[in-house]
Design a protein around this ligand. Structure first.
Ligand SMILES: [Zn+2]
Length: 116
């Protein structure tokens, strides 16, 4: 239930007001005033993005979810996999760059120590 609260910056938003069954299954989540995040239709848990909700639906509510939700879950998993692949590429690139810099520094230092 939505509580009409005046803007009071000193008081952080209280714990989630809706009390769905199985509230203790996920950690306490605070939703800032005025935001209406996508929520799980089964347990009312709020999510930052639709993709995260789709992943939650597929992982936690696989049996009761609809065909549309399963499709969204598959798409979200695919997008997640691509993001993870990109992240791994960036990590490898960063490691190669660090290795190259260290090698150059080593070569420069050893060149300065042996004149001629
Ligand atoms: Zn849920």
């Amino acid at each position: 239930m939505a509580v009409e609260s005046p803007k009071s910056p000193e008081i952080p938003e209280s714990p989630e007001t809706p009390e769905p069954p199985g509230t203790s299954e996920f950690p306490e989540v605070r939703v800032p005033d005025g935001e209406t995040p996508p929520r799980c239709p089964y347990c009312a848990r709020p999510f930052r993005t639709e993709r995260l909700r789709a992943l939650h639906l597929g992982d936690v509510h696989a049996e009761e979810s609809t065909d549309d939700q399963r499709v969204a879950y598959d798409e979200a998993r695919e997008a997640e996999r691509e993001d993870l692949f990109l992240f791994h590429l960036k990590v490898v690139a960063a490691l190669v760059a660090i290795y190259a810099l260290l090698l150059l520094a080593y070569m420069a230092a050893s060149a300065m120590q042996t004149p001629g």
